[in-house]
Design a protein around this ligand. Sequence first.
Ligand code: SF4
Ligand code: SF4
Ligand code: FES
Length: 901
Amino acid sequence: MATIYVEHKPYRVDATQNLLHACLSLGFNLPYFCWHPALGSVGACRQCAVKEFRNPDDQQGRLVMACMTPAAEGTHISIKDADAVAFRAGIIEGMMQNHPHDCPVCDEGGECHLQDMTVMTSHDYRRYDFPKRTFRNQYLGPFVNHEMNRCIQCYRCVRFYREYAGGKDFNVFGIRNLAYFGRYEDGVLESEFAGNLDEVCPTGVFTDATHKHHYTRKWDLQFAPSICVHCGLGCNVSPGERYGMLRRIVNRYHGDINGYFLCDRGRHGYEFVNSTQRIRQARLRRDEGLRPITKTESIEYAAKLLASSAQVIGIGSPRASLEANFALRTAVGPDRFFAGIAGHDRRLLNLVIEILRSTPAPIASLRDIENSDAVFVLGEDVSNYAPRMALSLRQSVRKQPMAIADKLKVPRWLDQAVREAVQDAKGPLFIATIASTRLDEVATETCHAAPDELARLGYAVAHALDNHAPGIDDLPAETASLAERIAHALRRAERPLVISGPGCGSESVVKAAANVVGALHRSRKAVCIALTVPECNSLGSVLLGAKPLEEAFAAVREGSPKTVIVLENDLYRRAPARDVDAFLREARHVIVLDFLENRTTARAELVLPAGTFAEADGTLINNEGRAQRFFQVFVPQEDTQESWRWLRDVFGAAGRHEFAAWENLDNIIRTLVTDTPGLERIAQAAPPAGFRMAGDKIPREPHRYSGRTAILANIDVSEPQPPGDPDSPLAFSMEGNPDQPPSALIPFAWSPGWNSYQAWNKFQEEIGGPLRGGNPGVRLFDPALQPSDYFQDLPKSFQAPDGELLMIPLHHVFGSEELSNHSPGVKQLSPRAYLAMNEEDAKRFGLSSDDNVEFTIDGANYQASLQIRPDLPSGIAGIPAGIEPFTGTPVPAWGRIARAS
Ligand code: SF4
Ligand code: SF4
Ligand code: FES
């Protein structure tokens, strides 16, 4: 820490930081553009000028850029000094010479950092009297809109895209006095993090192209604190709604998880909420198909059906909230509650839970991953399976080389100087996956092999670290040597990390990763572990103790249960179509609760309209075992309500009196924590509905929210009372306490004078650090005191039987996830069905690139065009995960080529 003096008053600040960071952390309003808490300082814009004095008696001082000056002990500065104020106003005036002043038609208007800084510096009149510079804009794909005239040349975009996120197809192009930020030609931005440009750019050059289709100003949006539902990482998001339509998603800062950035699947996958395939009314099967019925009719019908059914079984879901799954488990009983995932997937998730519960190594958050200085990724294509984690890994490779900058006494926040000092040096990152991944380009070494071979490599690394760990005797010399190099790098590191997960479908791989962590821990290394999971509540649904889906199929086949309730789950994505067909045929009555039409709802007798994450409250457990609460953004149309409310209503009407007590979310959470050992802490994930700030609720709407009386003028010209919310301390209104709420309840970032995303500065304990009061959510697993025994079931060397290939799922950031696929932009970027293998295997089967190949997996027939991928190991074929016709295909599994044309 250091003491600095601002306007002669002493303040304690972080001595390793710069003056801008210090001033903003202290709460001062000091304008800036090119600096970004995650990107560091480059001193490009000259906006953050302050006067620095040699000592308290110095009257003259000199102007310095706060972002380029260390917060050294005894520094005296003035933000209010007249020279500094005039300098900052001059800089803005210069920037505004060419800025188009098109705020009324700019999508950034109302949440623009340039607007905020212009107001902060009091610039209000344009003296320059000549035409403005203009540019041609580019088509950058379905997510990012381009309007180059608004650029102020701060260079943040190119620094984020190329240096932070590793993108290659975006740059700054210069000619004479012009700088152009874009691609070398029109085209879809290749980085899956491109959408962050909307928030990184301090003006309206880059804006959300999906929001443009149904644009609403920030001040007219209604927000709620929420959690991304498009993978298992649990990034925090701030969804905005107007007129019953979800308009956009922006990042909601979480110091341990997503920080300032989301992936594009999470940012732009939201349009499923507005899909034409939404189910908004209950439907009952009549002879002629599913027909709408009223809510009352549907409850009466379901209650009658349940009352007459001797046995009812429930199928839960990893994309439904903990509360919805728990309501179903309570309704049908734990013995008749089944996980909505196949047995193999459930076994993998149980293994993940077992490891997370028994490991003495801390479970790494994304922030911990960024700070790791040697990483071993075993089996997981992180970029496609847990996208935001890949962005953290890209930062981790910078950690060890930072020693070069430290030696030269270059402060870490001085970004360009650090990059200059470090050049291309990268810290150890070893990636062992089935096929190549986008992170390979920053890896120290990569290895592409069959899952069993990856596991054998992992076991060998563990053995190299600790010879008590089981080793592999018949490892090829090359692999053994790689294992030694990985072990050496992990052993040398101060904060080593091992990443794995169920993405490639192999238990052996996950066990081998756990052995590496155990071996490092035994050698007294401060090792961390990170395991991925596929869906937003994969861990939550399994922690409720559901049985495998196959057992539900068997139970119905054997004729005992006659009625099946399916919760927010398209079973055709979970199991082979022939099995699901038979199951739904044999069950006499099928009730489905869901929000989108799918093949399962099409087979139901009764469909009940469930709320999406934007229309419901609940708890999700992410890959770290962190329980986080999401809140209703808006009150849904028609009869849509949370699944747990449907189940309460239906079973209550069927005479189950215990459901009567579930009046609000807190009631169900109370029962859940009492009934489910291990989940007690979920009650602490967010304050209960009764929480008040000085007696007031927390407003979901900004205080400038407009047109309230007009919104429902077709119904009543008087403003109706806003809907009540029994489930949270948030109000569907602009009224409420304007102060900072607890972090789990912050619906959107705003602070006086700070309308842009930069307002998050005002919510943090220290800039870029945790939110005040701690980051949202509560961890459910504590590190174990002792390491558990090593896994011993070592796989044999991989050998494909004659004429067969091991079919494995290849994940795609766009396309593999169910819900985001309903967003047109995501759909546009999704791959079509393919079968991929290497050239040698293709030749072996007499196939050539683009052949239409007929093949079988587990007895089912498929057809797809052939892609030759040199990175795939021999004996392995890849199919795109989650893409038709492969949804529900039980992979990994052996497959056979039937014919090619
Ligand atoms: S496009 Fe935006 S982020 Fe990039 S240099 Fe211009 S103003 Fe800065
Ligand atoms: S990484 Fe996962 S949780 Fe985070 S924004 Fe992307 S899809 Fe959502
Ligand atoms: S923010 Fe300091 S020079 Fe740009």
